[in-house]
Write a protein that binds this ligand. Structure first.
Ligand code: FO1
Length: 318
């Protein structure tokens, strides 16, 4: 039996933590990390890919330890000049981060796809694991708010999540295709499991599931699909997940997230405090109740190993 492979679907900060843990538990050829790029946008003539960069910086060990995005030990010389000259300062780019954006700009302008560009950048950081955008197409998460339809970064950063959200659209998803790496992972007969990382289901995982064929491919797998809850006891571990759920009239709970993923899941990893409510709401769903907060590298590796053990206990679907 050739070596099993795993596919992780992830978005920003929370997902990147588990992606790092999985990259420490699995050899490069055993893991594909498919990252949401619906948060991407063009700014300063640069193609900003926040979730891809968050995962890349995390696996390169150069991520900002607290902020969750951008680089550690960053300087802000270019940006402070921009501000002094009256440029738009709501979306902050540090000097090293700008360096990555310039490299991506050059590669994209030379005709490389976002997948090829991301692979080159990851290799330049010495990362062996495959970090791929969910698609090379153009998908843009847009939020339908009281102030109108808003691009994701405008909502999340410029407006600081102030407008209430009435709906979410993944513009371009229906016209896009899964990236080559995501397609390969889903079609790989050695695929032993899929992990939906603890990112915002609505903002980070749903754009990936919205790509044509992804949900069907997951349903056809004989490998189990598990998700890790991004919520403990009704409070989003990071970001606006709980608030968006309230805006959408969904109770911000681990059970509501499991219900949201519905029949895609064979298993669900949730905090021990939330397990009874999840079991009551979804009695047929296999649960792993454990500590899902990831603060240290050891936490991330431990949770990753718990997920992999859980997948092997779930075993192939009948
Ligand atoms: N988030 C902020 O709240 N403020 C920022 O100024 C900001 C800049 C930024 C620059 C590069 C990058 O890759 C991410 C950045 N983010 C910033 C975070 C970003 O909006 C989020 O990481 C994702 O879009 C949501 O996961």
């Amino acid at each position: 039996m050739s070596a099993p492979r795993y596919l992780a679907l992830c978005g920003g900060v929370g997902g990147a933590k588990l992606a790092l843990g999985l990259s420490r538990a699995l050899a490069p050829e055993a893991l594909t990390i498919a990252v949401n790029n619906g948060d991407d946008f063009e700014h300063f003539g640069l193609s900003i890919c926040p979730d891809l960069d968050t995962v890349t910086y995390a696996l390169a060990g150069v991520d900002h330890p607290v902020q969750g995005w951008g680089r550690d030990r960053e300087s802000w010389n270019a940006f402070s000049q921009l501000e002094r000259l009256g440029g738009p300062a709501w979306f902050r780019l540090g000097d090293k981060d700008i360096g990555l954006h310039l490299a991506r700009r050059v590669l994209l302008d030379e005709g490389f796809t976002l997948s090829e560009t991301s692979a080159r950048i990851a290799r330049a950081f010495g990362i062996g694991h495959e970090i791929a955008p969910m698609t090379d197409g153009r998908v843009r998460t847009q939020l339908d708010t009281a102030d109108g339809l808003m691009p994701f970064q405008h909502y999340f950063v410029r407006e600081r999540c102030a407008p209430s959200v009435r709906g979410i659209q993944y513009a371009g998803a229906a016209q896009s295709q899964p990236s080559p790496a995501l397609r390969r992972a889903l079609d790989d007969p050695r695929l032993a499991g899929v992990i939906l990382c603890p990112s915002n289901p609505y903002l980070s995982i749903d754009p990936i599931l919205a790509l044509p064929g992804v949900r069907d491919a997951l349903r056809r797998l004989n490998a189990p699909v598990i998700a890790v809850a991004p919520i403990i006891g009704g409070a989003a571990i990071k970001g606006p997940t709980a608030q968006i759920m309230r805006d959408l009239g969904i109770p911000p709970s681990a059970a509501a997230v499991a219900r949201h993923y519905g029949d895609l899941l064979d298993g669900y990893v949730t905090d021990a405090a939330d397990a009874p409510a999840v079991a009551e709401a979804l009695p047929e769903l296999r649960l792993l109740a454990c500590d899902i907060v990831m603060r240290t590298a050891e936490d991330k590796m431990r949770l990753a190993r718990r997920c992999l053990d859980f997948i092997s206990r779930l075993g192939a679907r009948q």
